[in-house]
Design a protein around this ligand. Sequence first.
Ligand code: ZN
Length: 170
Amino acid sequence: MKTSTRSSSVSTKAHSPKLGPGEYRPEGIFLRPEDLPRPKRLHERRATPSQPCPTCGRPASKHRTYRRSLYDFGDLRSGRPCILELTYSQHYCRACQKYFNQDLSDVTAPKSLYTRRVQDLAVRLVVEDGLPYRSASWHLWRDHRVFVPFATLQNWVEAGGKKGHGAHGH
Ligand SMILES: [Zn+2]
């Protein structure tokens, strides 16, 4: 009885009677990554004891593990960005006497700081929806909680050579 009285008074306080469902509530624009809320870290372990050698196909045992930190889509409930901590393995093939890293191409591009799904969506916002780089960058933060500087976005699209082949085709 006591509990229900308290919770109903809290909910009355939280809602101002003037606010309708379409109320516009702007949010500050972040200009620097260091101003963003503290990221959540999610861990994914990819390392395996053995992998087939890409050259000869023989099983190659794990030599050591490495970790990469990748910006992924953030968490909309808390409003925080997310970093995927990906652990992967390096292997040594005795037959070829070569080291090789585990294939991560389904998750991220080589040397990228972002997951492939973030990169794919970012490029689509520009190529399919025709958004300018700054708008696409803002969309990614506002709706997906991932900060991609517009210059980075521009590099991705230009590297893919796709701008102008979508709705704006010449
Ligand atoms: Zn080999």
